[in-house]
Write a protein that binds this ligand. Structure first.
Ligand SMILES: [Zn+2]
Length: 130
């Protein structure tokens, strides 16, 4: 992972989803790792999540990760993500009610059958020359 990955633009709902993950990682890190800012491990996780969102074949039609049929996280990141979500999930309603409710609504949407060709954020970026 390089530092430049994070300046990559995420469009629309993917950006919102990233903000949601970022908020959850911050809640988790603050209560588990004793550092003033995000610790190295959590920073690395966020970077990883950002890249996965960029490359998700569903693009902005993406179902929430919990119900997604594509398992794109590597095992160790998946394990960490489950820990973070389990801890921060219930706390999100109090700290970030709008993001939390948006996410709960997103979980009720049907899963798209198959990602359309070229739907990923990465593909969209490239076509815009970014
Ligand atoms: Zn941390």
């Amino acid at each position: 992972m390089t530092q430049s990955d994070k300046v990559i633009t995420l469009f629309g709902s993917l950006k919102t989803e990233y903000k949601t993950i970022e908020a959850m990682v911050k809640i988790y890190c603050k209560d588990h790792h004793i550092t003033a800012t995000l610790c190295e491990q959590c920073e690395d996780f966020l970077q990883y999540a950002h890249t996965r969102l960029d490359r998700c074949p569903y693009g902005e039609e993406k179902p929430t990760c919990r119900i997604c049929p594509i398992h794109c996280y590597k095992a160790d990141y998946k394990l960490l993500s489950q820990k973070i979500m389990r801890y921060a999930g219930p706390r999100m309603l109090l700290k970030h009610p709008i993001l939390a409710i948006r996410h709960l609504i997103a979980e009720k949407r049907p899963i798209p059958e198959k990602p359309a060709a070229g739907a990923s954020n990465r593909h969209k970026r490239k076509s815009l020359g970014q």
